[in-house]
Design a protein around this ligand. Structure first.
Ligand code: ADP
Ligand code: MG
Ligand code: MG
Length: 899
């Protein structure tokens, strides 16, 4: 097996084998750029090592061969005491895992060769600086010594001499530091720092392999959904020296500004420095533009290379470089990370510059990035620094008074006041408070903690794990450790769930210009933008969404229950409603009418009760159909368990028992209600009398609802409008069940058509069903015979397929399962492709067998989830339906799913 590739052999498409860093180094070599020579040990070698606990036999020889080539090219030899070749050993997995696996520089220096290096370079200080760095990095990375021990030794030495920084250290100091470091190695490991250069290199290679499985790396991979079995490559590269005096430097740069997307010269450099010095903040760095004065030829060459790389990669690149005595060396490049705003702007700029086409541009952004551009934002001008920073867990900008418990959260909320629930950590008992609060702030926990998961699920802003806070719920105080300040219950704070910042007082909040754009159009969005950057961003989002609409196959509808929501969804670009829930239309004032229906003693009484409901329902539908004129609107017939319309059984029995005991009079109606509640009581209501079962048990519901739908449609049609209602029957499991209710619905529609002197079918109301039971998906071909459309209710389908009660497990169970690695993410947020998703696939396929022109949609939460949307595209679903505010995100993702 070939385990080693010279940089001259690879290219950027070999990331699986060479890792990102190795593949891109090889690409730059292929482009003729100045890259210090070297070679890459493959990820396959790493996997072998991790499986077998030792390197593959062939590896040593292949490394020796490749090393010989490098030695020849450089005219130096590893371990040559007079003129040593020095190497860096650099990790590099397929996906960049920042800071996960450390690099070791200056491999090859020993007590002997440090003298040679000093002589060769004519710079003794440089030689000892390099040697002490080797021991420091090697000690930390390869020998697992606590890095603080070295850092403290540096600080002690500098303090003892009254130095202000690393540049003040003399050759003698650095020599002394080297022996202190060697002492640390000896003390902590019981061995001397290795004096054989080849074994330094071998030990470093093995350490890189092993670092794949460190706890930090594993946790990072889990969070980023990177598979555990990829392994890392190892790059062995000739050292170049940015620390070789005042004509040398090291730096990092971006081809465009990663926070705004502007093209230009962005980056930092440090003269006379090496490796991580720039990012480690040991000295103040210089902006890249100053490099022009520092070394004009190197600067010009670098700017040329930056443009060349961008043209070549057709994207924003980030770059690491070093200048050794006036000569520029490229040490790394990759497609760079960027903020969501920059992602949109760069994608559009690249189209304008002719580097990519429009279709490609929509793949350069994600729904998640768009989501973050839609959250409200703090007006940041002139605000004070944050009082602390925690983990951003659920985006948004929330302002409110500090409260510590459910009772005060609910009390304040009821009075119309905003509150932030502040807790050490949250648990399921805090749900009430989280519902009432604008945001949640905790001192403990990470992105998958209870508070984080629940807040994201509810769309509440959350900052978690703000460890600087000591929260004392009993005394009603928050102590900020680093500031020695105490906040009290009722004090105003502002939390930014996008950045994790916590501010004292009320920071003003506003809709983001992108939000204004998606809800009110381009002109309004541009008007809301306060500067050119924001205007550019609004234009960019507009261009991308327009292109996405253009290429999309799936349509996007919204779930909306009111005319207001329908109008909002339409403004955001929804092309119909995929789900109108009718149950809330029976609550509030109307609940009593439903009680009458349930308590009715005979058909006549029931019919009368239903008759009072119908005009109310009709007026609900009129508003929604009008708001969605010309577009389809799926109305779901009554779905929840009947008992939800009745008073709570326990409360009512206690109330009546108490009244009886006191000898008070209890109305006949209360007693009837109690009897009904008792009779209707179910152990598992979600598996009980609900959905289509309810319509079969009380046929009057179908008649009433369908009539209200059809009459509303007829009335609008008479006014010259163009309503397109679709009647949906929920929770169907068998074709017979559906047939009974669908026949009844069709009869009612036909009656209304006749009554309105319309031809049969003229109202164009289709009748379909929801697929939310596994059985329904399996027998979809039969069910399709009676359904003109299917809508996959993936919330219930997930619940019924996994056997998890959605209302109960989200809180404790799912976070636990995610921590244990049983789930990658909540199956209620992202579709479980193998299980639930497979049922959707089967349902679509068999549905088309039963009825070739059947229309299929998804109306669960998953309809607005990017990953799930891509899966539905692959299943051939016709549309997704999601909450109005997720419509723009879904529009982007249905487009992206096709390219
Ligand atoms: P990371 O993956 O953390 O970015 P790198 O392998 O890029 O780690 O190494 C970190 C830094 O070490 C680089 O940015 C560069 O400054 C320095 N470095 C790595 N290899 C060399 C080399 N051959 N010559 C000089 N400096 C190097
Ligand atoms: Mg790097
Ligand atoms: Mg359902």
């Amino acid at each position: 097996t070939k385990y080693v590739y010279s940089f001259t052999e690879g290219n950027k498409d070999m990331k699986d084998l060479l890792g990102g860093k190795g593949a891109n180094l090889a690409e730059m070599v292929g482009m003729g750029m100045p890259v210090p020579p070297g070679f890459t040990i493959t990820t396959e070698a790493c996997r072998y090592y991790l499986e077998n606990g030792l390197e593959p036999d062939e590896l040593a020889d292949q490394v020796t061969e490749n090393l010989a080539v490098v030695e020849k090219e450089m005219g130096k030899k590893l371990g040559d005491p007079d003129d040593p070749l020095l190497l860096s050993v650099r990790s590099g997995a397929k996906f960049s895992m920042p800071g996960m696996m450390d690099t070791v520089l200056n491999i090859g220096l020993t007590d002997e060769s440090v003298q040679g290096l000093a002589k060769q370079s004519g710079d003794e200080r440089f030689a000892w600086d390099s040697y002490r760095r080797l021991i420091q990095m090697f000690g930390k990375t390869v020998l697992d010594i606590d890095g603080d021990l070295f850092a403290e030794a540096v600080t002690d030495l500098q303090q003892a001499h009254g130095y202000s920084g690393d540049l003040d250290m003399t050759t003698n100091d650095l020599r002394e530091l080297t022996s202190i470091f060697k002492g640390i190695v000896r003390r902590t490991t019981g061995r001397n720092f290795p004096q054989n250069p080849r074994s330094q290199m071998n030990l470093a290679i093995t350490a890189v392999f092993r670092s794949w499985n460190t706890e930090r790396a594993t946790i990072y991979r889990r969070r980023e959904h990177i598979p555990d079995d990829l392994g890392t490559a190892v790059n062995i590269q000739t050292m170049v020296f940015g620390n070789l005096g005042e004509t040398s430097a090291t730096g990092v740069c971006f081809t465009r500004d990663p926070s705004t997307g502007h093209s230009g010269v962005y980056g930092d450099f440090l003269p006379n420095a090496q490796g991580e010095d720039v990012v480690a903040g040991i000295r103040n760095t210089h902006p890249l533009s100053d490099l022009e004065n520092f070394d004009k030829p190197a600067y010009d060459q670098l700017v040329g290379i930056m443009r060349e790389l961008e043209q070549h990669y057709k994207d924003l690149c980030d770059i690491e470089f070093t200048i050794q005595e006036g000569k520029l060396w490229m040490l790394q490049t990759r497609v760079g990370k960027r903020t969501p705003a920059a992602a949109f702007r760069v994608a559009v700029q690249l189209v304008e510059e002719g580097l990519i086409d429009k279709k490609e541009s929509i793949t350069r952004v994600t729904g998640a990035q768009l989501t973050s551009l839609l959250f409200p934002q703090f007006k940041r001008e002139g605000i004070a620094a944050p009082i602390c920073i925690g983990t951003p867990a659920s985006p948004g900008a929330a302002v409110g008074k500090i409260v510590f418990d459910n009772a005060s959260a609910s009390k304040h909320a009821a009075e119309g006041e905003s509150v932030i629930l502040v807790r050490r950590e949250t648990n399921p008992d805090d749900l009430e408070g989280m519902v009432a609060a604008q945001g949640v702030l905790t001192a403990r926990g990470g992105k998958t903690s209870h508070a984080a998961v629940v807040a994201r699920g509810m769309g509440r802003t959350a900052v978690v794990g703000a460890e600087d806070l000591v929260i004392n719920e009993a005394s009603g105080t928050v102590f900020i450790k680093s500031k020695h300040r105490t906040l009290h219950e009722g004090d105003l704070i502002s939390i930014d769930g996008t950045t994790g910042e916590v501010f004292e007082g009320a920071v003003p909040v506003e809709d983001s210009p992108v939000m204004v754009y998606v809800s009110s159009g381009l002109e309004a969005g541009l008007a809301a933008a306060t500067d050119d950057d924001a205007r550019d961003l609004v234009n960019a989002v507009h261009k991308i969404l327009t292109e996405s609409d253009e290429v999309a196959r799936m349509k996007v509808r919204a779930n909306a229950d009111t005319p207001e929501d329908a109008a909002k969804a339409r403004a955001m670009g929804a092309t119909g409603i995929g789900l109108v829930r009718t149950e809330h239309m029976f609550l509030g004032d109307r609940r009593e009418l439903v009680e009458h229906v349930i308590l009715a003693e005979d058909d006549e009484e029931r019919a009368a009760a239903l008759a009072t409901l119908r005009p109310l329902q009709k007026s609900d539908f009129l508003g929604i159909f009008e708001a969605m004129d010309g577009l389809p609107v799926v109305v779901r017939l009554i779905d929840p368990p009947l008992h939800e319309f009745l008073p709570d059984l326990t409360k009512l029995s206690v109330e009546i028992a108490v009244a009886d005991a006191k000898g008070e009079k209890v109305s006949e109606r209360r007693r009837q209600l109690l009897a009904a509640a008792e009779e209707r009581h179910e152990a598992n209501p979600m598996l009980g009398l609900r959905g289509v079962r309810l319509s079969i048990e009380i046929p009057g519901f179908v008649e009433t609802q369908v009539r209200a739908v059809a009459e509303a449609a007829a009335e609008l049609r008479a006014k010259g409008l163009n309503p397109h209602p679709e009647v949906m029957i929920p929770l169907v499991g068998s074709e017979k069940e559906l047939q009974i209710v669908a026949d009844q619905a069709r009869e009612v529609i036909a009656d209304v058509e006749k009554e309105n002197k319309l031809a049969a079918g003229e109202l164009g109301i289709s009748v379909g069903t929801m697929i939310e039971l596994p059985r329904a998906a399996i027998v979809a071909d039969k069910i399709a015979k009676d359904a003109q459309f299917f809508s996959f209710g993936t919330n219930d389908l997930t619940q019924t397929t996994l056997g998890f009660s959605r209302d109960d497990v989200e809180h404790e169970f799912i976070p636990l399962y995610i921590t244990k690695g049983i789930f990658q993410e909540s199956p209620f947020g992202t579709i479980d492709q193998e299980g639930v998703g497979e049922l959707v696939r089967i349902g679509v396929e068999r549905g088309h067998k039963g009825r070739p022109d059947i229309v299929t949609g998804v109306c669960g939460e998953h309809g607005g989830d990017p990953q799930s949307i891509h899966f539905f595209e692959a299943c051939g679903v016709d549309y997704v339906s999601c909450s109005p505010f997720r419509v723009p995100i879904a529009r982007l993702e249905v487009g992206r799913a096709t390219v």
